[in-house]
Design a protein. Structure first.
Length: 230
């Protein structure tokens, strides 16, 4: 279904799937929001970050859209957006630095139109780095990291302040882009460990395993959900 086009910087959260631009620090940020079914709706919004745009990542990536679907089916409203220099978003790629500012701008909008809602952050690959890097500063209420790029160039995971909120990491054991053992060793080194789901025979893009990813996310987060929207 094609999202309904909304004016830029809407002053309320759209009541149906909608596309619009938000004002970011480097220019407009292409954004899509969606809402949970009324019977399932919870008082929370999940902001989902996409993989590395230099390698073709966008908010339309199939892992990102499956994460979005999973959380919406659990009752959260959702926001996806393209980082600077991706799709119709203005600006240039900045290795996670400017993208952190992009995420902060989106979160400011979410909090302006949904004050009091729980804020969940989620991300895939590069997007998991950006969302984790900013989870503490943005005071996230829950965090979901899919295939975090531990030990890859440009990503300093050891310097990231760790969140105290509920946190899920999903990692394919046959990931061909991110070294799975590096991720497992990193988690083992943390003083407060996230919930870890290891998926056997699963590569970086979860080919033929997307429904398993959906099930894993929905199973783990069911105990973290905010109250019904009512």
């Amino acid at each position: 279904m094609t999202p309904i086009a909304f004016p830029n910087d809407p002053d309320q959260f759209p009541g149906e799937e909608a596309s619009f631009a938000l004002s970011g620090p480097a220019g407009k940020l292409e954004t899509i929001s969606n809402v949970a079914e009324p019977a399932d709706a919870r008082r929370g919004v999940a902001v989902i970050c996409h993989p590395n745009p230099v390698e073709g990542g966008t908010m339309h990536n199939k892992v990102v859209t499956m994460v979005e679907r999973s959380l919406r089916e659990r009752g959260l409203d959702t926001v996806r957006f393209n980082f600077r220099g991706t799709g119709a978003s203005e600006g240039q790629h900045d290795y996670g630095n400017g993208e952190s500012d992009d995420l902060a701008a989106v979160v400011r909008w979410v909090r302006s139109v949904r004050p009091g809602d729980a804020l969940w952050l989620a991300g895939f690959s590069f997007g998991s780095y950006v969302s984790l890097r900013n989870a503490v500063e943005l005071d996230a209420d829950a965090l979901i990291s899919i295939a975090p790029p531990v030990a890859r160039r440009h990503y300093e995971f050891d310097a990231i302040p760790l969140p105290s909120c509920p946190w899920l990491v999903v990692m394919g054991e046959s990931d061909e882009v991110v070294d799975p053992q590096a991720v497992f060793d990193w988690i083992d080194s943390l003083p407060k460990k996230p919930e870890l789901v290891r998926m056997p025979d699963t590569g970086h893009f979860f080919h033929r395993r997307l429904m398993d990813l959906r099930g894993a996310i929905k199973h783990v987060v069911q105990d973290w959900l905010p109250p019904p929207r009512g």
